[in-house]
Design a protein around this ligand. Structure first.
Ligand code: PMP
Length: 371
């Protein structure tokens, strides 16, 4: 605490990101980064963007990036908002759509989900209520069909990896639409659902994952889908995310952004992110490999007696048959393998293991066998 902090700063409980060791001695399976490199087209675009034009501000509207996202997802550029990672997009969404103040109805999200949601709610003074997941860690949509200030659902959820059917999303969207409230669907991991990367309308060419709510944003005008290039496009280091939804929602996000920072994506990030969205074939290939590795790792762990939740993401959420979560975490760390442990009710016995390269996963499995 500092006397110079204002009351709000004193009251914050900031999000704590996974460890980023700077010496490279670990097998790093702790922050859901993609183990495969960005596409060659991305690296070329990034290098090309490092030129004398860096003296100029970037396009504040991120036009070329939004056009590329729109083409890939089969929507209009006016239905796309770009941000500096999806964390920023989520922060803007909380500010734009959820009421703050003690008298506001609470925003709902699961008790076990991305731990940044309560942090944003607290930052903006938005009341929230967490809704317990079922015993099997699935979302119980019926529990959300009550008066609320809106809702946030990660689909697939994190850190469980469990996905929710679109029927569930639509039931909640309809309920919230009647109350003129927004449903934010965080699709950070949707590309790993393993359903072939089609667009949910049976089309080809577009690269919208089949479990995504994007094809339905014109029907559900209160649904904002949020996406990131950090996981499925191997670009956690570049910081690019985006939202897709009705134009009115996108305009709301722009109002918040332009009251905060007009230039959220720099010229280099814009170039790389745009190239990534045009390289669907490359990323389909790398993401398929991750899905395959996930299946193999899950089966082997189950064979060793571990509990493994059914994952639609680029990580698995697992419980050791004998060791507690913290002990299992420490034992892996001692063997040079970094994973994520959340010391929180209901999930303290579990570890979240990001899916890495096959060789690294073999070393992880080997370590598990020896414990
Ligand atoms: N949503 C979820 C569910 C996540 O796990 C993450 C990654 N920590 C993010 C959003 C944010 O990703 P980024 O800011 O890198 O786009």
């Amino acid at each position: 605490m500092s006397v110079y902090w204002n009351t709000r700063t004193k009251g914050l409980s900031p999000y704590v990101p996974g460890e980023q060791p700077q010496n490279g001695q670990f097998i790093k399976l702790n922050t859901n980064e993609n183990p495969y490199p960005p596409s060659p087209g991305v690296l070329e675009a990034v290098k090309k963007a490092a030129d004398e034009k860096l003296r100029l501000y970037p396009d504040p509207a991120c036009t070329v990036f939004r056009e590329a996202a729109a083409a890939r997802y089969g929507v209009k550029p006016e239905q796309v908002f770009a941000g500096n990672g999806s964390d920023e997009v989520l922060a803007f969404a909380f500010a734009a759509f959820f009421e703050s103040g003690r008298n506001a109805l609470p925003v709902l999200f699961p008790d076990i989900t991305y731990s940044f949601y309560p942090v944003y709610a607290e930052l903006w003074g938005t009341p929230f209520r967490t809704v317990p997941l079922a015993e099997d860690f699935s979302v119980v949509i019926g529990d959300y069909l009550v008066p609320s200030g809106g809702a946030v659902i990660a689909n697939p959820n994190a850190p469980t990896g469990i996905s929710l059917s679109l029927d569930g999303i639509f039931a909640l969207a309809s309920h919230l639409e009647r109350q003129e409230r927004v449903l934010v669907v965080d699709e950070a991991y949707a590309a790993f659902a393993g359903n072939g990367g089609t667009d949910g309308r049976g089309g080809t060419g577009r690269m919208c994952p089949a479990g995504s709510a994007v094809p339905f944003i014109e029907k559900y005008r209160n649904v904002l889908t949020v996406h990131t290039l950090s996981k499925s496009a191997s670009l956690a280091g570049l910081r690019a995310g985006f939202a897709i939804g009705d134009q009115e929602l996108i305009e709301g996000l722009c109002r918040v952004r332009d009251s905060f920072n007009s230039y959220t994506l720099d010229r280099i990030a814009l170039a790389g992110a745009t190239a990534a969205l045009s390289d669907a074939a490359y990323y389909n290939g790398t993401n398929e490999k991750i899905i395959k590795t996930r299946g193999r790792v899950s089966a082997e762990l189950k064979g060793m007696g571990f509990t493994v939740l059914p994952s639609s993401a680029n990580f698995v959420f697992v419980k050791h048959p004998r060791l507690g979560g913290k002990e299992f975490f420490t034992a892996l760390r001692e063997r040079g393998i970094l994973v994520r442990h959340f010391d929180r009710p209901r999930i303290a016995g579990y570890l979240r293991i990001s899916i890495g390269l096959d060789g690294d996963m073999d070393r992880f499995l080997d370590a598990c066998r020896r414990m």
